[in-house]
Design a protein around this ligand. Structure first.
Ligand SMILES: [Fe+2]
Ligand SMILES: [Fe+2]
Length: 218
């Protein structure tokens, strides 16, 4: 802390610092943490973070639309509706968080926003029309891919030592846990009894992986 700053501190504050053994001439922050705060993210790191935020925002949009599609078809089922609404509420929170991050980091959202919106709703409504087990199969398949995808991102971010990333990582961990809770809910509600379970899972998961790949860049 500079001398001029101390000149502006009240005498009692200076007394409190010196009597507690804190030097008034030494920096109050450890040098390494000061460097961490000051360090700019590299271009590669910025690009990685932008990719993560863009793809996750698009993914959460897709998830919102899937659950909205399921509710549009299965909403009259008194047992299923609260379950689907609970998952949708969590997806709304995930999307709102990434919307904020997009603004904060000035990330360009995916150009394919309208397409993911339509595709998500069609997937949710389409599988729900095949029956509630198929809807749950869809949820299990999607959330398995998304859970793994969040895990990959959390691992990637471990390579970056920066305060911004330290704030981002717990968000991804929380959302990963929510997605895995959705997966468990789907399994508990007969996802494995869906007609053509294996084929349906494979098609949906391949679609999700392709969407993730495209959204990283476009
Ligand atoms: Fe989500
Ligand atoms: Fe989810």
């Amino acid at each position: 802390m500079s001398v001029s700053l101390f000149a502006r501190l009240p005498r009692t504050a200076l007394y409190n610092l010196t009597t507690r053994g804190i030097s008034t001439t030494a920096p109050l922050f450890h040098a390494s943490s000061q460097e961490k705060i000051k360090r700019e993210l590299t271009e590669d790191e910025k690009q990685l973070i932008a990719e993560i935020i863009r793809v996750d925002q698009a993914g959460e949009l897709g998830a919102n639309r899937i659950y909205q599609g399921q509710i549009a078809v299965l909403g009259r089922d008194k047992k299923l509706r609260p379950l689907l609404e609970h998952m949708l509420d969590q997806e709304k929170h995930h999307l709102a968080t990434f919307n904020d991050l997009v603004a904060q980091y000035r990330v360009r959202p995916t150009f394919l926003w309208p397409m993911w919106s339509v595709a998500g709703f069609a997937l949710g409504a389409g599988t729900a029309l095949m029956g509630k087990e198929a809807a749950m199969c869809c949820t299990e398949a999607v959330e398995a891919v998304i859970g793994n995808h969040y895990n990959d991102q959390i691992r990637e971010l471990l390579k970056i030592d920066h305060p911004d990333v330290e704030k981002l990582r717990p968000i991804l961990k929380q959302f990963r846990d929510d997605e895995l809770e959705h997966l468990d809910t789907a399994v508990e509600h007969d996802a494995h009894k869906a007609p053509l379970y294996n084929a349906l899972t494979q098609v949906i998961q391949q679609g999700c992986k392709t969407a993730i790949f495209i959204c990283k860049k476009v």
